[in-house]
Design a protein around this ligand. Sequence first.
Ligand code: ZN
Length: 359
Amino acid sequence: MFTNAWHIGTFFKIPVKIHWTFLLIIAYVIGYGISEGATVMIIAVAITSVLSLFLCVLLHEFGHALTARRYNVETEDIILLPIGGVARLRNMPDKPIKELVIAIMGPMVNLVIAIILFAVLVLLHGVEYFNTTNLTHIDESSFLSVLPLLLEANIALIIFNMIPSFPMDGGRVLRALLAMKFGKLKATKWASIIGQIICVGFIIYGFTSGQYLLIVIGFFIFASALSEYNAVKIDYKYKDKNVSDAVRNTYTPLIEYNTLEEAKLQIDTVTDNSFLVINLSGQQCGTITRSKIEKEKKQNAAQRISQVMNQNLQSISADSPLIHAYYLLMQGIDLLLVIKGNEIIGIVDQESLQLATVE
Ligand SMILES: [Zn+2]
C-alpha cells in the first residue's frame, strides 16, 4: 500500500510522500467537471479545494509527528493517500498520556484551521454569512468559495477522526484513557471491541440509508480495529524477551549431499520441524523443513537436499529482541542462525518461539 508513493519534499526533517492514486482524484475532478460542462474557472477552484484539503490533512499529520518528536518519538515518513494521511511513527510511547496527546494533536490542528477560516469568513462577510442558504449555495466559480468549503471539510475531519475506533485518532484517545486504568493490553482489547461495535452500526446504517461509502468505511475500520489488537497482543507476548531466551542449542544438521531418502531416515529419529543444512566441509549453507522433505521425497526420493533446500540463510544476534525473530520467521524463513560474538550458538525457529512464549 505504501510502496507506490512519491517523495514530494522533506519538512521538519520528515519526508513527505504522496501516493500515486492521489492523481486519480485530480483526474476525477477534471473529468467530472468537463462532463458536467463546468467552466475552466470552476474546475480550477475545485482543484484548489482538493489541494487545500490535502494541505490540511498534511498539517494534521504534522500535528501528530511534531508532538511525537517532543516525546522523542521520530516519524519515518508522512504519506498522503486519497483516503487521508498517515504519519508512520517509529514506535509508540509507553505512557498512555503521551499517546493521548499525540493522537489528539492531529484533530486539534484542524480545529485551529477551522477557527481561523471562521474568523476570516466573519471578517469578509460578517456573522450573518453563516446561514444555511449561504452555506448550501456556495458560488463555485470564485476562489473565495474555497474558504467555506475548507471550513466544512475541517469540521468533517475533526468529527471523522474522533470516531472512537482504530485507526482513527479517537480510537487511540479511547485506548489511552482505558490504558490508564486497565493497562495497554486490556485497553486495546476494549477499544477494539467498542470500535467494532461502532463499525457494525456504520454498516447497518449504511445499508438501511443507502450510503454505501459508510459500509466501506465500516469494514475498513473493523479490520483495522482487529489488526491493532492482534499487533498489541503479539507485542505483549514478546515483551522483554531476547533471542537468547528462545535459542535452541541441540539441533540436527542435515548434509546437503544426502538424498531426500536419507534425510527422511535421519529426521524420523528427531521431533524438529526445521533443519539447518551443512555442506561436506561442515559449513551452513541452507535450511529445509520437514514438510518440504516429505513432499519432495514423494516426487523424487533420489534428489539431493541441496536441490530443494532454501538457500536463503539468515542470522540474528542473540541480544536482539525476540520480536525481530518473530517478524523474520513470519516472512517464511525456516529458521535463523543465532550469533553471539562471532560464534553461532544455535538456531531459532517457529517451535522455539512457541516454547519461549508459553504463558
Ligand atoms: Zn490523525
